[in-house]
Ligand binder design. Structure first.
Ligand code: TXA
Ligand code: MG
Length: 333
């Protein structure tokens, strides 16, 4: 931790675990460190970073005002997987916010993340620690795949607990607006502060003339190398169609992967079948999603068919990531 803190204070980068996904951290108030983050990820520099803090005094330095509803949400959900957008203060460089007047802030609950922020003594800007476009890392092994040789330190804190990035809520508008769904759902937020809206970019394809409020939502994201198609409908029809499509592809000599569940995996007869977990426990499905996408990159399939997962409290967050990974390629049966 001491060494990690030294690296961060001197402008270097450290990858670290959080409860959502692994982050690639640098001093949030140091333009040079932000530039290194964009370079290591190969990320477009108009895509802003989330600033991670460990105490409320830091928040006051970063933002102009704290709206009362933000106060309520922070008391309820911080530390935890919720990112809030505020008007930024002068101290936050535009290099960190992708040129925006607003700043995204989150207080993680993972003990290693909190210890790291304290050891550094600075706020830590941290996007997910993946190469831009690839699925976010949910284990240190995933970070090594993408960042080995590019950064001086990766802290291995084991597998993450949630596996999907934090919920992002814009607090600079009224009502507050969800820019990215996550473990903290619309219902959970509305219980605390009343009406909350959702950015239209969350579940629909972002067209070229549409400007999503979270710049990151316009890029193809979380994506495996193979072409991914989601099959949506009654599960028996979904399985029938996936078997049929798989047989056709295999006849053409194409390597096929199938994202199935414990309940359905026995019904697929061809292709490489990976179970993402049981349909009875969507938290496991969320936790395994990125790992399964990365696994198919490793196995090198050409084409992936995935069942849809739209029920339950995490359904929206899971489908948001899966749909983006598929470039909005969904087949309804
Ligand atoms: O769970 C998480 O949030 C993880 C861990 C490491 O904390 N971090 C993460 O960061 O997912 P990243 O950079 O992969 O995603 C940040 C998202 C992007 O879509 C970005 O466009 C959006 O947050 N964002 C950041 N600042 C923003 C701002 N000021 N206004 C609107 N969107 C913003
Ligand atoms: Mg990311």
């Amino acid at each position: 931790m001491n060494e990690a803190g030294c690296i961060l204070r001197s402008g270097g980068l450290v990858a670290f675990p959080t409860e959502t996904v692994y982050g690639l951290g640098g001093n949030a108030l140091d333009e040079g460190a932000s530039a290194k983050i964009y370079a290591a990820k190969g990320r477009p520099s108009d895509n802003p970073l989330i600033v991670h803090i460990a105490d409320m005094i830091s928040l006051q330095q970063l933002v102009k005002v704290i709206p009362p509803k933000a106060d309520i949400l922070m008391k309820k959900f911080w530390p935890g997987p919720l990112t809030l957008i505020f008007h930024k203060s002068e101290v936050v460089p535009f290099a960190t916010t992708g040129g925006l007047d607003t700043v995204a802030v989150r207080m993680p609950v993972h003990p290693v993340a909190l210890a790291l922020i304290e050891a550094a003594g600075v706020c830590i800007a941290a996007p997910s620690a993946n190469t831009s476009g690839r699925p976010s890392p949910t284990s240190a092994h995933h970070v090594i795949e993408d960042m080995q040789g590019k950064i001086p330190m990766i802290i291995d804190g084991g597998d993450v607990g949630i596996g999907l990035e934090s919920t992002i809520v814009d607090m600079t508008c009224e009502p507050p607006m969800i820019l990215r769904p996550g473990f903290i759902t619309k219902e959970m937020l509305e219980e605390e502060v009343g009406e909350v809206s959702i950015d239209q970019a969350v579940l629909s394809a972002v067209s070229t003339d549409m400007k999503p409020k979270a710049p990151g939502m316009k890029y193809r994201h979380y994506a495996p190398d193979a072409e991914l198609t989601i099959i949506e409908g009654p599960i028996s029809e979904v399985m029938k169609r996936i078997n049929q499509l798989t047989a056709e592809k295999i006849l053409q000599g194409i390597r096929v992967g199938i994202i199935a569940t414990d309940e359905t995996k026995g019904n697929y007869h061809e292709g490489i079948v990976l179970s993402i977990g049981t349909r009875r426990d969507e938290e496991t499905i969320a936790r395994n999603l990125y790992g399964v996408l990365r696994k198919f990159d490793e196995i090198k399939v050409d084409c992936i068919f995935a069942e849809a997962f739209s029920e339950g409290h995490l359904g929206q967050a899971i489908m948001n990531r899966l749909t983006k990974a598929a470039g909005h390629h969904i087949l309804k049966v």
